[in-house]
Structure formats: structure tokens, C-alpha cells
Ligand binder design. Sequence first.
Ligand code: CO
Ligand code: CO
Length: 316
Amino acid sequence: MRHVTSTSTDPALLVGLDAPDDAGVYEVAPGVALVQTVDFFTPIVDDPHDWGRIAAANALSDVYAMGGKPVSALNLVGWPRALDFALLGRVLEGAGAICAAAGVAILGGHSVDDPEPKFGLAVTGTVDPGKIVRKTGARPGDVLILTKPLGTGIISSGIKEGRVASETVSRAVGVMTALNRGAAEAMVEHGASAATDVTGYGLIGHLSQMLGDHLSVRLETARVPIIADAIELASEGILPGGSRRNREATAHQVRAPGVDESRLAVLFDAQTSGGLLIAISPDRAEYLLAAVRRDAPEAQAIGRFTEGDGTIEMAA
Ligand code: CO
Ligand code: CO
């Protein structure tokens, strides 16, 4: 939706294409707004059940990133005629399990014949219009919290090359199937000033969207949670094309003197179903972090916003 612009004068449209966010928000009755988002992609792990689980957790995440509560979903399927439909059954079961755990009802879906398998969901949630968490609301002095470790893009690439140990696959699947629900509930309760989820643009790309041109951020690079093997795989040269492009796109904003090259690669790594990036005022940051960690034990405070011009300053 980032590549489309529109100008709507509909007063019920609270978040739309004029200032794109993680999901669109539309007020349907006083005090009740719908949060809507859609996402789908090609397989990123070998196990079809895990792929379905990851796709579902990923699709729900954009509703959580707005401070919303997902309530219903529709399956979107592209499937090759020649590929065993029992595998598709496993994908749908995986998605169903995650949605059931999240309290989300799958109402139906649509499939098309497709030479390459694709799967995802369109998700509808609800949010109190007064409690929408935008990606651009951070203020100077706010603390930046990241709720999940990074590295799933590099690890998915490594899986395709057969270079990832099975424990690391399980670890990455665990990270990608973890719901951002607990973190989202905590950030709404504690009054976060901004949030987005870390997906295809990587930590730095999504952080850059939070900054706009009036904020900068100082990142404590060593505090950023990372799945251990991702740094090693990056040092062996495993890097998805998307992650390389992320780095090119934000290079002009980033100052990273002395930061280890493999660690830097992970900070730009395109994620699937990554964690929430949350901005919170410094007096409430400790409480929010403690609340988030009940569900997301690897969450860390990784930096501090300042007034600025979009610069991402990294401390080694
Ligand atoms: Co998002
Ligand atoms: Co999205």
C-alpha cells in the first residue's frame, strides 16, 4: 500500500493512504474503528505447517502494531495444480492454529492456480479510535524498545542453501510464530507514543519510518537482540537481496563507526513476522519493558530518540 496515494475526505477514514501506517483504520461507529491489513508471501521454511503459522502470525502483526485487536481473517492462497493439496491442508492448519490461539476467527478465503505457492491472510481487527498507535508519534527523549530478536531473513536464506542447523531453524520458527499480542496490549496500557512492526525493511528501515525528518535516534547496537547464528551466517556471506537493498536505501542516514560488519548486516536484515518497535516516554519505559517481557522475554530497550533530521547514530 506504500506505492499508492489517495486523498480522501471521508471523516471516518482515520488512517489511510495519505499517511500510510502498518494498517488502515476506519471508524464504523462512535468509539469503534476497524483495523485492516493483508499480507502474503512464498514459502520461507520447508515445513508447510510452520509456513502457515508464520504467515498467520505475520499477518496479525500489523493489527497489533496499530494497538488493535484482530478479530477475523480470510485465507489467501496461490497454489500450483501439480503440488500435493495435502501440503496446502497443512499450511491452512498451521494458520488456523495461530489464529485460534490469537482468538481470531477465519471466516473463509480464496485460492487461485499459481505456478509458485503463496499464502497469507487478510485480517480485520478493532481499535478504540482514541488509542490508535501510529508509527510516527515518537517524541524526543522517548526510549526505543524492540520486542523480538532479529536475524530471521538471513536464517531463511541459509535454510534455502541448506546451511542452517535444525535447532536454529526451530529457534527462528519460534521467533516468527510468536504473536505480538502481549507486547501490543502492554504498549496500549502504558501509553506508548508510537509503534510499528519489523518486517521487510529490517530494523533500520522501519526505524527510519518512525523518525521522519524531525527525529534522530541513538542506537545501543550491543543491546539489540539477535538470534545468535544470524551473525555467524552473515559473516559467511549469507544475506538476502532484500536486506542488501535495505542497507542501500538507508545508508545516507546511518552513522555506524566501529560497528562490526556482520552485526550491521543483521540490523538491516529483512524480517518476517518480526517484533514491535515501540517508542515510550522515559518515565514509563521500565514498566513497559517489564510488561512486554512477560510474553517476549528477549525484549530490550535499544535506543533513545532525540530531536534531529532522521539520523540513526549507532554506538558500537
Ligand atoms: Co507493519
Ligand atoms: Co504490512
